[in-house]
Design a protein around this ligand. Structure first.
Ligand code: ZN
Ligand code: ZN
Length: 354
C-alpha cells in the first residue's frame, strides 16, 4: 500500500446542534440549501437540472475541502446534487446526479446568518450536519465476517486493494464486489459518506512520487510538486481507494478526464446509501431514491479555468465577481446501482437499519 495515504474519513449524518454554523460555507452538511462560497454568484438553477425530468436537483451534500495547491484552492467547496426521483436515478441514460467544485484563493468571510433561498430553489432534503471521523481499522468483527464469506467459497480481497475480481460468479450467486462492499461498510455501518482524496502515489501512476508530499508549503516545494504534476501521465486516474458497490457502472479510468484542463480526475469522495435513510421519508415508494454508491471524481490539479479557456458548453457559467475565473467547475459523479444480486433499501438488510 501507499506510504502517503491519509486515513479515509467517514461522514455521518447528525442532527444540528446549538453551536453549529449552517450559515457558513465551511459547515459540512447533508441536505438543506447550498451555501455558496461565492455568495454573490450562486450556481444557476439551470446548471443543476436533472436531464431526465428537467427539475432542478436539491443539494445532496456540501463539504469544505481547502487545499494547498493551487492558490485558488485555499478555500474550496464541493457541492453534490441529486434528483429526488428514484426513476431518474435508475435511468442509465440520465444525468440525475451532478457535482461542482468551487474555489477561491482568498477565503471569503463566511456569513453568520442563513440567507433566504431564491424563489426558484428546489425543495431541499432535510438538513443534517456531516460529521466526520477516521475509518476504523479492520476489526475483529469484520475479520470474522470476511472469514464467514470465505467459508461460503467467496474470496474477498482486502478492502484497500485496487479492485476485487471483476467477473467471477460465485457458488452462492452473489456478486463478490458487493460482498466486499458490505464487509467494508460493516466497519462503521452508519457511514453516509467516505472522503478519500489523497496525493497520487507511485503505485497509481507508475512513477516514483515519494517526494511529492502533501505537507509542502514553501514556494520551492510547491513548484517541485507542480512540475511532478506535469510529468504525471495525463490519462491515469486513481481508483485505488474506490469502494465499488457492484461491477455495473464502474467508470473507465481513461474517461476520467477534467473537461477544463484535460488532466486526470481522481476519486475524491463517495456518497453511501445510508444517507438515504436520513433524507428520504418513504423508502417503499415506487419512486424512492436508491443507489449503491455515488463516486465523485475531481480534477487532480484543482484547475481554475477562465472565460478565455472554458469549453463552449460552460460559456454561460458565472464568473467570480470582478474576475474572469469560473465560479463553478463541473466534476464527474458516477452512480452505481445496487447489485442485482444484492439488497435494496426498500427491503433493508440488518446492516442498513437505522
Ligand atoms: Zn430527475
Ligand atoms: Zn482540471
Amino acid at each position: 500500500m501507499s506510504r502517503h495515504e491519509d486515513p479515509i474519513q467517514l461522514g455521518f449524518a447528525e442532527p444540528l446542534e446549538a453551536d453549529d454554523t449552517p450559515a457558513s460555507y465551511e459547515f459540512d452538511r447533508i441536505g438543506g440549501h447550498p451555501v455558496w462560497l461565492h455568495a454573490m454568484t450562486p450556481l444557476p438553477s439551470d446548471r443543476r437540472r436533472c436531464s431526465a425530468c428537467g427539475q432542478a436537483m436539491p443539494l445532496l451534500l456540501q463539504v469544505f475541502t481547502p487545499e494547498d495547491c493551487p492558490e485558488e484552492a485555499h478555500a474550496r467547496v464541493l457541492y453534490l446534487f441529486a434528483c429526488r426521483n428514484g426513476n431518474c436515478l435508475r435511468d442509465p441514460g440520465a444525468v440525475a446526479v451532478r457535482a461542482f467544485r468551487s474555489q477561491w484563493h482568498a477565503d471569503p468571510t463566511p456569513a453568520t446568518a442563513l440567507a433566504p433561498p431564491p424563489a426558484d430553489a428546489p425543495a431541499p432534503f432535510p438538513l443534517f450536519a456531516l460529521v466526520s471521523e477516521d475509518e476504523p481499522a479492520e476489526d475483529a468483527a469484520a475479520a470474522a465476517q470476511d472469514l464467514a464469506l470465505q467459508m461460503k467459497g467467496v474470496v474477498v480481497a482486502d478492502g484497500d486493494a485496487p479492485g476485487v475480481d471483476e467477473s467471477e460468479e460465485t457458488g452462492v450467486g452473489v456478486d463478490p464486489t458487493f460482498l466486499a462492499f458490505q464487509a467494508r461498510i460493516e466497519r462503521e455501518p452508519q457511514q453516509a459518506f467516505r472522503y478519500v482524496r489523497t496525493r497520487y502515489t507511485e503505485a497509481d501512476v507508475g512513477l516514483d512520487m515519494s517526494e511529492d508530499d502533501a505537507g509542502a508549503d514553501s514556494e520551492d516545494e510547491d513548484e517541485a510538486a507542480e512540475s511532478k504534476n506535469d510529468q504525471a501521465p495525463k490519462s491515469l486516474s486513481s481508483n485505488a481507494r474506490a469502494l465499488f458497490a457492484c461491477d455495473v457502472g464502474k467508470p473507465d479510468p481513461a474517461s476520467l478526464v477534467c473537461r477544463y484542463c484535460a488532466g486526470p480526475q481522481d476519486l475524491e469522495c463517495q456518497v453511501m446509501p445510508q444517507i438515504l435513510r436520513h433524507i428520504q421519508a418513504d423508502h417503499s415508494d415506487a419512486a424512492a431514491m436508491d443507489f449503491g454508491t455515488l463516486l465523485v471524481y475531481t480534477c487532480r490539479a484543482n484547475c481554475q479555468p477562465t472565460t478565455a479557456t472554458v469549453p463552449e458548453a460552460d460559456s454561460a457559467m458565472p464568473t467570480v465577481a470582478g474576475s474572469d475565473k469560473l465560479a463553478y467547475m463541473e466534476e464527474r459523479m458516477v452512480l452505481q446501482p445496487f447489485s442485482l444480486d444484492g439488497m435494496s433499501l426498500a427491503n433493508p438488510g440488518p446492516q442498513f437499519k437505522a
